[in-house]
Design a protein around this ligand. Structure first.
Ligand SMILES: [Zn+2]
Length: 266
């Protein structure tokens, strides 16, 4: 890759190995014309686009592990909120039950105090019976609630255990992904460096316009002429446009159909 470019087009199509870019490819590049350099800028831009897309695409195992953890978190949260509600109702009922039992105890004391008054005795008797029935109802309500609280508690413990079990695998996958993204960024750093050097050697207005076209076209700002056609939009180019493009003068000729800069390589 350090030799000069006898066939610039051919040379430019060869991508440097990741991390091997820089000085070796830059020296011959600066000998080429502005169009070849702009073409190389575009290759780097496309590679940087690809790196960004690759960085954003999360590997399936990590995606699944993250989703699994989130599912567990959500279910655990739901379970804990439900359990809290059930426990609150249990506490309320237990309080009411204790109050009812106190009332019963006091009613029994009063009944004992009036042991010789038959009418009062029977009044307290029916009050005690009523309170007893109410207490019984509360106990009946409490039993399924306690069972439900126990089930929810068990489920929460299960979910916490599953979450704990998933953690080392997820940490491993996250570390792998960090390394993957780091590698991609290192590759990108070399490309950005090469791009900056190339751009510094080019007419800034041409570069700015290329950037604008590329952004508007979501990909290519510069299209090669092949077989008399614009490779950007495949239109057949008028001969005078082809001739002007072949002269390789700035500002670059634009495709009359898609508006991209046209370049004739090799
Ligand atoms: Zn075109």
């Amino acid at each position: 890759m350090v030799r000069g470019p006898p066939f610039p087009g051919h040379f430019l199509k060869v991508l440097p190995a990741p991390g091997a870019s820089g000085g070796g490819t830059l020296a011959p590049m600066s000998d080429t014309g502005p169009f070849q350099r702009l073409y190389r800028v575009q290759q780097l831009d496309l590679d940087l686009d690809r790196l960004r897309a690759e960085e954003a695409s999360i590997p399936e195992p990590l995606r699944e592990a993250r989703a699994g953890q989130e599912r567990l978190n959500n279910e655990l949260e739901d379970t804990e909120i439900t359990l809290e509600g059930v426990e609150k109702r249990i506490r309320q009922l237990e309080q009411d039950l204790a109050g009812t039992r106190d009332q019963m105890a006091r009613a029994r004391e009063e009944q004992d105090k009036n042991a010789f008054d038959a009418r009062t005795q029977s009044q307290y008797g029916s009050r005690i019976q009523m309170l007893g029935e109410r207490a019984e109802e509360m106990e009946e309500d409490l039993a399924p609630l306690r069972e439900r609280a126990r089930d929810l508690g068990n489920r929460a413990a299960e979910l916490r255990a599953e979450h704990r079990a998933l953690r080392p695998r997820l940490a491993e996958l996250e570390a792998q992904d960090e390394a993957r993204v780091g590698g991609l960024r290192d590759q990108g750093a070399g490309m950005r460096e090469e791009r900056a050097t190339l751009v510094a050697s080019l007419d800034s207005r041409t570069v700015k316009e290329y950037d604008l076209i590329r952004r508007a076209k979501k990909g290519l700002g510069l299209a090669e002429i092949q077989g008399g056609r614009c490779t950007g939009c495949n239109v057949n180019l008028p001969v005078n446009v082809q001739q002007r493009a072949a002269q390789g003068k700035l500002p670059p000729v634009k495709c009359p159909s898609c508006g991209r800069f046209l370049i004739k390589l090799g």
